[in-house]
Design a protein around this ligand. Sequence first.
Ligand code: KG4
Ligand code: ZN
Length: 349
Amino acid sequence: MSAAEPLVLGIETSCDETGVGIVRGTTLLANVIASSMDEHARYGGVVPEIAARAHLEALTPALTAALAEANVSLQDLDAIAVTSGPGLSGALMVGVAAAKALALSLGKPLYAVNHLVGHVGADVLSGEDVEYPTIALLVSGGHTSLLLVRDLVSDVELLGETIDDAAGEAFDKVARLLGLPYPGGPQIDRVAAAGDPAAIRFPRGLSQPKDMDKHRYDFSFSGLKTAVARWVERARDAGEEVPIADVAASFREAVTDVLLTKAVAACNERGVPRLLLGGGVVANARVREVAAERCAAAGIELRIPPLSLCTDNGAMIAALGAQLIASGHAPSDLSFGADSTLPVTVIQA
Ligand code: KG4
Ligand code: ZN
C-alpha cells in the first residue's frame, strides 16, 4: 500500500447514524449514512437499545453501498478504521465487532479511533491544506466539546465540554416543550427565522466572572432549558399566547452566543488563529452566521466541513485512520473494546 495514500474503510456507530465511508488518503470516495433518527422520534431522543439494533440491520447494506460508491472491493482495502468511543456502548459494540470481523477475515490492519477526533479529521477531506494548531468546537446531540488540536494524530487537548446537556439535546428538549417535533434543532432554526432574538434575554450558562476559574471553556445548557420552560409556563398560566418564534429565536441566540463566545475566547487566549466546527448543530443558520462574523472580526480562519461530513459519518473515521497510517502509527491490537467514555486525548485505542 501507499502509506501516504492508503485506501481506508471507516465504520462509525457511536450514536444513531450508521456510517460507512471510504477514503484514499485525503480523497473522499464514499460516505454512506443510514440514520435511525425516525425510530427515536416518538421518544424525543436517542434510545440506545433501538440505535444498537438499527446498526445491526444497517451495517451490511451500508458497507455494500459504500464499496459500490467507491468502486472498490474489500480486498482492495489497505486498512479498516472504526470508532471505538466515546458513544453509546451497545451502539459502539456493533461497529467494533463488525470491524474486527472484517479485519480478521480479510487480514487487514485495524485502527480503533476516537469519535471526537474523527470529527476534527473530517477537515482533511476538504481538498485544502489543513493547518494545526486549531481550536475545534464540536456540537451535536451527544457532545459539546471544545478542543485544542496541536496535531491531529498525536496531540489533542480537551479545553472544555458540557457539564450537563449537549447543545443539540437542549435544542431537542426546548423544541419539545414548544410542541415542535424531534429532532428539534432544525425545527427551532426554522421557527426562529421569523422571531426576534432580543425579545427575551435567556441566561448564558457558565459565563459569569465567577465561572471563569473552573469552567472557562465548559458549557451548561440545562439552566437555559429550565429558563425557557419557566418562561413558557408563566405565559401559558397567564393565558397569554406563547410567541413561539420569539422564544425560539431568543433561545437560539443564547446557545449561539455562548458557543461562539467561548470558542473565540479559546482561539484568542491560546493564540490559535483557526476554528473548526463539527457536529449536527453546525447546520444551525445562526451558529454559522455568528461564527463567520466573530471569526472575521477576530482574524480567525473559520473552517466548516460540508454538513454530510459534520454530522456523524464513517468517512471522517476513515480519514483519521488514513492520517494515522500516513504518520506511521501501528494498527490497534485486536484486544481493544468499545469504550463509551474514551477520553479525547486517546486518539487511537
Ligand atoms: O451530529 P448529529 O447529526 O448527531 C448526533 O448527535 O448523534 O447531531 C444531531 C443534533 C440533534 O440534536 C439536532 O437537533 C441538532 O443536531 N441539529 C440542529 C440543527 N440541525 C440538527 N441544532 C440546531 N440547529 C439546526 N439547524
Ligand atoms: Zn459526533
